[in-house]
Design a protein around this ligand. Sequence first.
Ligand code: HEC
Ligand code: HEC
Ligand code: HEC
Length: 91
Amino acid sequence: MKREVFLAIAALVLAGAAHAAEVMEFPASKGKVIFPHKKHQEMLRDCTKCHEKGPGKIADLGQKWAHKTCRGCHQELGRGPTACTGCHHKD
Ligand code: HEC
Ligand code: HEC
Ligand code: HEC
Protein backbone atom coordinates (compact mmCIF):
# COMPACT_ATOMS: atom_id res chain seq x y z
CA MET A 1 0.00 0.00 0.00
CA LYS A 2 2.69 2.45 1.02
CA ARG A 3 4.70 1.46 -2.03
CA GLU A 4 1.73 2.16 -4.31
CA VAL A 5 1.33 5.64 -2.85
CA PHE A 6 5.04 6.27 -3.36
CA LEU A 7 4.87 5.12 -6.99
CA ALA A 8 1.82 7.28 -7.68
CA ILE A 9 3.64 10.33 -6.32
CA ALA A 10 6.80 9.45 -8.25
CA ALA A 11 4.76 9.18 -11.47
CA LEU A 12 3.21 12.60 -10.85
CA VAL A 13 6.60 14.19 -10.18
CA LEU A 14 8.06 12.63 -13.32
CA ALA A 15 5.09 13.74 -15.43
CA GLY A 16 5.54 17.27 -14.08
CA ALA A 17 9.25 17.28 -14.93
CA ALA A 18 8.64 16.01 -18.45
CA HIS A 19 5.99 18.65 -18.97
CA ALA A 20 8.21 21.45 -17.68
CA ALA A 21 10.90 20.60 -20.20
CA GLU A 22 8.48 20.77 -23.14
CA VAL A 23 7.99 24.49 -22.69
CA MET A 24 10.62 26.52 -20.87
CA GLU A 25 10.32 29.92 -19.31
CA PHE A 26 13.15 32.41 -18.97
CA PRO A 27 12.74 35.48 -16.79
CA ALA A 28 13.67 38.88 -18.24
CA SER A 29 12.98 42.47 -17.20
CA LYS A 30 11.43 43.04 -20.64
CA GLY A 31 8.95 40.26 -19.84
CA LYS A 32 9.36 36.52 -19.50
CA VAL A 33 10.24 34.48 -22.58
CA ILE A 34 8.20 31.35 -23.21
CA PHE A 35 10.23 28.90 -25.25
CA PRO A 36 8.59 25.82 -26.76
CA HIS A 37 11.65 23.54 -26.51
CA LYS A 38 9.96 20.36 -27.68
CA LYS A 39 8.47 22.11 -30.69
CA HIS A 40 11.94 23.35 -31.68
CA GLN A 41 13.46 19.89 -31.15
CA GLU A 42 10.90 18.30 -33.45
CA MET A 43 10.92 21.09 -36.00
CA LEU A 44 14.69 21.67 -36.25
CA ARG A 45 15.88 18.15 -35.41
CA ASP A 46 19.45 19.46 -35.16
CA CYS A 47 20.27 19.92 -31.46
CA THR A 48 23.55 21.67 -32.26
CA LYS A 49 21.64 24.71 -33.57
CA CYS A 50 21.42 25.64 -29.90
CA HIS A 51 23.54 23.06 -28.06
CA GLU A 52 27.00 23.54 -29.50
CA LYS A 53 28.55 21.61 -26.64
CA GLY A 54 25.96 18.84 -26.41
CA PRO A 55 22.43 18.67 -24.90
CA GLY A 56 21.89 20.10 -21.42
CA LYS A 57 22.32 23.46 -19.77
CA ILE A 58 23.61 26.29 -21.97
CA ALA A 59 26.32 28.22 -20.16
CA ASP A 60 26.06 31.25 -22.47
CA LEU A 61 22.27 31.56 -22.11
CA GLY A 62 21.42 35.23 -21.69
CA GLN A 63 20.50 38.27 -23.73
CA LYS A 64 23.48 38.23 -26.08
CA TRP A 65 23.30 34.50 -26.82
CA ALA A 66 19.50 34.48 -27.15
CA HIS A 67 19.23 37.45 -29.46
CA LYS A 68 21.98 36.09 -31.67
CA THR A 69 20.81 32.47 -31.68
CA CYS A 70 17.03 32.66 -31.29
CA ARG A 71 16.24 35.95 -32.97
CA GLY A 72 19.04 35.42 -35.49
CA CYS A 73 17.53 32.18 -36.75
CA HIS A 74 14.02 33.62 -36.91
CA GLN A 75 15.35 36.55 -38.96
CA GLU A 76 17.35 34.28 -41.22
CA LEU A 77 14.44 31.93 -41.91
CA GLY A 78 11.74 34.60 -41.91
CA ARG A 79 9.81 32.40 -39.45
CA GLY A 80 9.31 32.67 -35.70
CA PRO A 81 9.01 35.92 -33.71
CA THR A 82 11.53 38.74 -34.23
CA ALA A 83 9.63 41.61 -32.56
CA CYS A 84 10.42 42.16 -28.87
CA THR A 85 6.88 41.40 -27.81
CA GLY A 86 6.87 38.23 -29.91
CA CYS A 87 9.16 36.65 -27.29
CA HIS A 88 8.88 38.88 -24.20
CA HIS A 89 5.51 38.61 -22.50
CA LYS A 90 4.36 40.90 -19.73
CA ASP A 91 1.78 39.26 -17.50
C1 HEC B 1 16.19 26.24 -30.65
C2 HEC B 1 17.14 25.96 -29.61
C3 HEC B 1 17.24 24.56 -29.08
C4 HEC B 1 17.25 23.37 -29.79
C5 HEC B 1 17.18 23.16 -31.28
C6 HEC B 1 17.37 22.32 -28.80
N1 HEC B 1 17.44 22.86 -27.55
FE1 HEC B 1 17.67 21.84 -25.80
N2 HEC B 1 17.60 23.59 -24.75
C7 HEC B 1 17.53 24.85 -25.31
C8 HEC B 1 17.57 25.83 -24.25
C9 HEC B 1 17.51 27.34 -24.45
C10 HEC B 1 17.67 25.13 -23.04
C11 HEC B 1 17.76 25.70 -21.63
C12 HEC B 1 19.22 25.72 -21.26
C13 HEC B 1 19.51 26.20 -19.86
O1 HEC B 1 18.57 26.32 -19.06
O2 HEC B 1 20.70 26.43 -19.56
C14 HEC B 1 17.70 23.71 -23.38
C15 HEC B 1 17.81 22.67 -22.48
C16 HEC B 1 17.98 21.35 -22.80
C17 HEC B 1 18.21 20.30 -21.85
C18 HEC B 1 18.27 20.48 -20.35
C19 HEC B 1 16.86 20.37 -19.87
C20 HEC B 1 16.61 20.82 -18.48
O3 HEC B 1 15.45 20.69 -18.06
O4 HEC B 1 17.52 21.31 -17.82
C21 HEC B 1 18.34 19.12 -22.55
C22 HEC B 1 18.60 17.74 -21.99
C23 HEC B 1 18.17 19.47 -23.96
N3 HEC B 1 17.94 20.82 -24.06
C24 HEC B 1 18.24 18.55 -25.00
C25 HEC B 1 18.07 18.86 -26.33
C26 HEC B 1 18.15 17.88 -27.42
C27 HEC B 1 18.44 16.40 -27.23
C28 HEC B 1 17.91 18.56 -28.57
C29 HEC B 1 17.83 18.02 -29.98
C30 HEC B 1 16.86 16.97 -30.21
C31 HEC B 1 17.69 19.96 -28.21
N4 HEC B 1 17.78 20.09 -26.86
C32 HEC B 1 17.43 20.98 -29.11
C33 HEC B 1 17.44 25.14 -26.64
C34 HEC B 1 17.38 24.22 -27.67
C1 HEC C 1 17.69 27.37 -36.02
C2 HEC C 1 16.45 28.09 -35.98
C3 HEC C 1 15.78 28.50 -34.69
C4 HEC C 1 16.36 28.77 -33.49
C5 HEC C 1 17.81 28.70 -33.11
C6 HEC C 1 15.28 29.18 -32.61
N1 HEC C 1 14.09 29.16 -33.26
FE1 HEC C 1 12.29 29.75 -32.48
N2 HEC C 1 11.39 29.22 -34.21
C7 HEC C 1 12.02 28.77 -35.34
C8 HEC C 1 11.04 28.57 -36.40
C9 HEC C 1 11.34 28.08 -37.81
C10 HEC C 1 9.80 28.93 -35.84
C11 HEC C 1 8.45 28.97 -36.54
C12 HEC C 1 7.61 27.79 -36.19
C13 HEC C 1 6.29 27.85 -36.91
O1 HEC C 1 6.10 28.67 -37.81
O2 HEC C 1 5.43 27.05 -36.54
C14 HEC C 1 10.06 29.34 -34.45
C15 HEC C 1 9.06 29.74 -33.59
C16 HEC C 1 9.29 30.26 -32.32
C17 HEC C 1 8.26 30.76 -31.42
C18 HEC C 1 6.78 30.78 -31.72
C19 HEC C 1 6.25 29.43 -31.33
C20 HEC C 1 4.87 29.15 -31.76
O3 HEC C 1 4.34 28.16 -31.23
O4 HEC C 1 4.33 29.85 -32.61
C21 HEC C 1 8.88 31.17 -30.28
C22 HEC C 1 8.23 31.77 -29.05
C23 HEC C 1 10.30 30.92 -30.46
N3 HEC C 1 10.51 30.36 -31.70
C24 HEC C 1 11.25 31.21 -29.52
C25 HEC C 1 12.60 30.86 -29.65
C26 HEC C 1 13.59 31.06 -28.61
C27 HEC C 1 13.34 31.71 -27.27
C28 HEC C 1 14.75 30.56 -29.10
C29 HEC C 1 16.11 30.47 -28.45
C30 HEC C 1 16.19 29.82 -27.15
C31 HEC C 1 14.49 30.08 -30.46
N4 HEC C 1 13.18 30.27 -30.74
C32 HEC C 1 15.46 29.55 -31.29
C33 HEC C 1 13.37 28.56 -35.51
C34 HEC C 1 14.34 28.75 -34.54
C1 HEC D 1 13.38 35.24 -30.42
C2 HEC D 1 13.04 35.67 -29.09
C3 HEC D 1 13.44 37.05 -28.64
C4 HEC D 1 13.22 38.26 -29.26
C5 HEC D 1 12.56 38.51 -30.60
C6 HEC D 1 13.73 39.28 -28.37
N1 HEC D 1 14.25 38.69 -27.25
FE1 HEC D 1 15.09 39.67 -25.67
N2 HEC D 1 15.62 37.88 -24.85
C7 HEC D 1 15.25 36.64 -25.33
C8 HEC D 1 15.79 35.62 -24.46
C9 HEC D 1 15.59 34.13 -24.61
C10 HEC D 1 16.51 36.31 -23.45
C11 HEC D 1 17.33 35.67 -22.33
C12 HEC D 1 16.50 35.56 -21.10
C13 HEC D 1 17.28 34.95 -19.97
O1 HEC D 1 18.47 34.67 -20.12
O2 HEC D 1 16.68 34.76 -18.89
C14 HEC D 1 16.39 37.72 -23.73
C15 HEC D 1 16.95 38.74 -22.96
C16 HEC D 1 16.66 40.08 -23.09
C17 HEC D 1 17.11 41.11 -22.20
C18 HEC D 1 18.02 40.91 -21.00
C19 HEC D 1 17.32 40.24 -19.90
C20 HEC D 1 16.39 41.10 -19.13
O3 HEC D 1 16.50 41.11 -17.90
O4 HEC D 1 15.53 41.77 -19.70
C21 HEC D 1 16.64 42.29 -22.67
C22 HEC D 1 16.82 43.68 -22.06
C23 HEC D 1 15.89 41.99 -23.86
N3 HEC D 1 15.93 40.62 -24.10
C24 HEC D 1 15.25 42.93 -24.66
C25 HEC D 1 14.72 42.68 -25.92
C26 HEC D 1 14.28 43.72 -26.85
C27 HEC D 1 14.30 45.20 -26.57
C28 HEC D 1 13.86 43.06 -27.97
C29 HEC D 1 13.37 43.68 -29.27
C30 HEC D 1 14.32 44.53 -29.95
C31 HEC D 1 14.03 41.62 -27.74
N4 HEC D 1 14.55 41.44 -26.49
C32 HEC D 1 13.69 40.63 -28.64
C33 HEC D 1 14.48 36.40 -26.44
C34 HEC D 1 14.09 37.34 -27.37
